[in-house]
Design a protein around this ligand. Structure first.
Ligand code: ADP
Length: 393
């Protein structure tokens, strides 16, 4: 079965076509800067082990034009389409075949993800128009976190805010956490139900998960992706009273503060940079704030590992993934330093060795295995799309 995976953002459209029978990627790419004065289309085609890449700049007025371009570039047959959808609320506990009710439910969750769900819905509608009759499946970022127990997903606000306004922890990056948890269990020679893992998705956005026997127990992001560890440009957890204090004392309004918390904080807020490659360079030149940003980031990651070790009771493995998790040995080493009391010891040489394949970085005496596993959210979406279509209930 060939599955086209579509991830529609506010100004971008990412796509990948999988041949699931042979576990191969046939084509993929991204349309960026949709609606801007100059758009960019990058397309990759894979044939007999070779990658052929083309890049074009052209005006792409809207998502409809972007989808038409993609459909024109894909020459292979498409049997089904899997869509990434960010927010499924409590309505979707697993990947779901799309029909009118499902689209209405996604729309009803728009207020919880106003920047993400509307473009995701546009992608679904356009794919239905362009590929009529092809089955479509929605895979939600929030699916994997629906097993989090009430005591962990509720905020200590008046209870009716949960029932009336749906305020609770939903978590994000669920497709990535699920992929690396399953992959790591497989690499350990176990079933997902046989291991307890702490998974760390550290990219521009960061989230950490406590997973007990394949089921998510807690995650660091919250009702929105602003919560948890500090990130490239987002604050992570903050004393909630700071918001009102800023309003009262700076003259900034709600929207402006929101921008600061999402776009001007995190690593960037502390040292002016958000890419850790640049931050390490700057720190090596003696920039104190760059060094401080790395220390703060690693410290916050360490605190979540400790907290989630307590939540799980017994931990078999830690798994690092995404841009920072897969590539940044300095952050990994600092976050895991002095944790032998938890049974975590890393091997510096293994940690510093570069590899794009999954590998371990723990030392011989470490009770807990520490893995670096590249994530593949698109493959996970394609896999779940097949599962939904093969086992309709
Ligand atoms: P997202 O998908 O959340 O935008 P990614 O998972 O692609 O982010 O991660 C991007 C981040 O990964 C960059 O901002 C940078 O901080 C970090 N990164 C990427 N490559 C490296 C590297 N070689 N060393 C250190 N950090 C890296």
């Amino acid at each position: 079965m060939n599955v086209l995976v579509i991830n529609t953002g506010s100004s971008s459209l990412k796509y990948q076509l999988f041949d699931m029978d042979n576990q191969a990627v046939l084509a993929g790419g991204v349309v960026e800067r949709i609606g801007e004065s100059q758009g960019v289309l990058t397309h990759k085609k894979f044939s007999q082990g070779k990658e052929i890449k083309t890049k074009e700049t052209l005006v792409i007025q809207n998502h409809g034009e972007a989808m038409l371009l993609v459909a024109g570039l894909i020459t292979q047959k498409i049997d089904a389409i899997g869509h990434r959808v960010v927010q499924g609320g409590e309505d979707f506990k697993e990947a779901t075949r799309i029909n009118e009710d499902v689209k209405n439910a996604i729309q009803a969750n728009n207020p919880l993800a106003p920047l993400h769900n509307p473009p995701n819905l546009i992608g679904i509608q356009l794919a239905e128009d362009l590929f009529p009759g092809k089955p479509q499946v929605a895979v939600f970022d929030t699916n994997f976190h629906q097993t989090i127990p009430e005591k962990a997903y509720l905020y200590a606000l008046p209870y009716e805010y949960y029932t009336d306004y749906k305020i609770r922890k939903y978590g994000f990056h669920g497709t990535s956490h699920k992929y690396i948890a399953n992959k790591t269990a497989e690499l350990m020679g176990k079933e997902p139900e046989e291991v307890n893992l702490i998974t760390l998705h550290l990219g521009n956005g960061c989230s950490i998960c406590a997973i007990k026997k394949g089921k998510c127990q807690d995650t660091s992001m919250g009702m929105t992706p602003l919560a948890g560890v500090m990130m490239g440009t987002r604050t992570g957890d903050l004393d909630p009273a700071i918001f009102g204090y800023l309003m009262d004392n700076t003259g900034m309004g709600q929207r402006e503060i929101d921008q600061v918390l999402n776009k001007k904080s995190g690593l960037k807020g502390i040292c002016g940079l958000n890419d850790l490659r640049d931050i390490h360079e700057q720190a090596a030149r003696g920039d104190k704030l760059a060094g401080l940003a790395v220390e703060m980031f690693a410290y916050q990651i360490k605190k979540f590992i400790g907290a989630y070790a307590a939540v799980l009771g017994h931990v078999d493995g830690l798994v690092f993934t995404a841009g920072v998790g897969e590539n940044d040995e300095i952050v990994r080493a600092k976050a895991l330093a002095d944790m032998s009391v938890f049974g975590i010891e890393i091997d510096q040489d293994k940690n510093e060795a570069r590899s794009s394949a999954p590998h371990t970085i723990h030392g011989a005496n470490s009770r807990i295995q520490v893995w670096v596993v590249p994530t593949n959210e698109e493959l996970q979406i394609a896999t779940e799309t097949c599962q939904v279509l093969e086992n309709p209930n």
